[in-house]
Design a protein around this ligand. Sequence first.
Ligand code: SF4
Length: 177
Amino acid sequence: MDLHSNFATVALVDLVMTGQSAMVLSLIIIAAILYLLVMERRNRSKQTAIYVDHNRNNTVFYSTRYAISAKPDAITGPTTIEEMKSRRRGIYASDRAQMIATALAVRSTYPITRGILVTTEKRYDVSLAGTDEALFEQLTDEYAQATLIANGIAPTANPSPGKCRVCEYQTLCEYRA
Ligand code: SF4
């Protein structure tokens, strides 16, 4: 191998090494940025969470007007309630009803204007009416069903494959889709 080809080989190796180093450096920078973003997000939610439902002794919020009591999974803001679900994604009518009822109860203490349902992959905004009256209107159907249950009358079954798959009563329910 002559001098020129040696020089060319060294230059090529240098080029490859430089390219690899740049790629490794880029990966390190991307990983560092992602780490900082995650930490910043975690810190922000820790800082702004004014209520987290850790155990059964936590405060239960109660609306005397609508006789609804509830404990949200978290209150942030202080105008946002958050409900966590262990499923990957999807939001159901029962989730919205739970969010609305919880908002009514928590409004006895905090001016809740926003609800967020958090699954393992997505966050869903649940629209909450501005006034308690309008919010309760959104709940009317579910409230009627809850009243039936409280009086020992089974509500109308409303099965759907996605909903039944994650329902905790699926092994007992004869209406399961
Ligand atoms: S399994 Fe039964 S109770 Fe559960 S969502 Fe389906 S129909 Fe409703």
